[in-house]
Design a protein around this ligand. Structure first.
Ligand SMILES: [Zn+2]
Length: 378
């Protein structure tokens, strides 16, 4: 069986869903913390469990380079290697490989690139990406796609989208032939699931066409990729809306690499089921806290004697125990605890926000939460 997905309740276009993986049920809409190297930076796995993270991301490119997918496979897969018994998703490595713009060369067959670690030469094809992701063993894996650069002309964006569609077919064929080639495969548990990815740059017509043709290829879930690459927020929404018009309502729909807390709420309201972003963890390491009153830069002098919690409305352990003055002191003193506590709070804020979104959908009304969300992007 492949990733059973049921919808429990709806509020407008928003859906409350349950995604059943071999590593437990994921309630959607869900925010997925990013754990690039098999670690959500600064936060141990038991804390992620306490915070209520249901599913986290790993990164194919990074784990392939270090420690290597064969090693992870031989140690029982990524779940066992990192001691994470809940659900995992790996991205295909496409985005990272394309980000190495000066270090890579793209052909129809795949992408030749140099490691950012030691300059060694590597070749990723759609088949190779899926082979690595099968070896890592995440519950959900992603097709290898080309992230069209931004900005790009319509013609070039179409060519790029066409290649992503051809690569999606190759990913699917390789996956179907090899998905059970792992020692931990069990016929009693849901199979690993391969998601297709909608591209099409900043053109609504291409987004719709990409969605139609990816759905024709047939996947158990669909992602919308290539967004949050510098376009205005209104454009991001428009591209998501164009793809959602076409994507089937009975399958999970995942927007990759977004966004600020208020955006995550808006996209859930539009009918998006899954989102991931480095923002809460990366911002935390730079001293930026997301709160119910907006964004807070903890290194600011005005917090030096502030005895209030980071966010008076937050129920996390950090807000229950520590003051803004102390968090500021840790940050300006470069204490490692600063990154740990800031990350715990930011993740709690995102995960609690999604919990509130799910509760509101179960009550059939998201208007209160949409009206109450504060801009945190500046
Ligand atoms: Zn907090």
């Amino acid at each position: 069986m492949t990733l059973p997905f049921t919808i429990q309740a709806q509020a407008g276009a928003a859906r409350l869903g349950r995604l059943t993986t071999a590593h437990g049920v994921v309630e959607t809409p869900v925010f997925m913390p990013v754990g690039t190297l098999g670690s959500v930076k600064s936060v141990p796995q038991d804390t992620l469990e306490e915070l209520g993270a249901q599913i986290i991301l790993g990164n194919t490119y990074h784990l392939y380079l270090r420690p290597g997918h064969e090693l992870v496979r031989n140690l029982g897969g990524l779940h066992r290697f990192m001691s994470w018994e809940r659900a995992l998703l790996t991205d295909s490595g496409g985005f990272q490989v394309f980000s190495l713009s000066s270090l890579r060369k793209i052909t129809e067959d795949g992408v030749n690139f140099r490691s950012h670690l030691d300059g060694s030469s590597h070749f990723f094809t759609p088949e190779r990406s899926i082979e690595i992701q099968i070896a890592l063993g995440a519950d959900i894996i992603m097709a290898f796609d080309e992230c069209t650069e931004h900005p790009a002309e319509h013609g070039h964006t179409r060519d790029s989208m066409e290649m992503t569609l051809r690569w999606a077919q190759r990913c699917k064929e390789y996956f179907e032939a090899h998905k059970h080639d792992v020692p931990w495969h069990s016929p009693d548990l849901p199979d690993q699931a391969l998601f297709g990815i909608v591209q099409g740059g900043m053109y609504a017509d291409l987004r719709r066409e990409s969605a139609e043709r990816t759905v024709e290829a047939g996947f158990p879930g669909y992602a919308i990729g290539g967004l949050s690459v510098g376009e205005p927020r209104e454009k991001t929404r428009e591209m998501i809306a164009a793809a959602l018009e076409v994507l089937p309502k009975d399958k999970p729909r995942y927007v990759m690499g977004v966004g600020y807390p208020e955006e995550v709420i808006q996209y859930a309201a539009m009918g998006v089921d899954m989102m991931d972003c480095v923002l809460p963890t990366r911002a935390a390491r730079h001293g930026l806290l997301f709160t119910s009153e907006g964004r807070l830069n903890i290194k600011n002098m005005r917090f030096a004697q502030d005895q209030g919690p980071p966010d008076a409305a937050c129920k996390c352990k950090v807000c229950a125990r520590y003051t803004r003055a102390y968090l500021r002191h840790l940050f300006v003193s470069s204490e490692p605890l600063a990154g740990i506590l800031n990350t715990m709070h930011n993740l709690a804020f995102y995960l609690d926000t999604m919990r509130a979104v799910r509760h509101a959908i179960s009550l059939g009304d998201l208007s209160g939460i949409l009206a109450g969300s504060v801009s945190t992007s500046a």
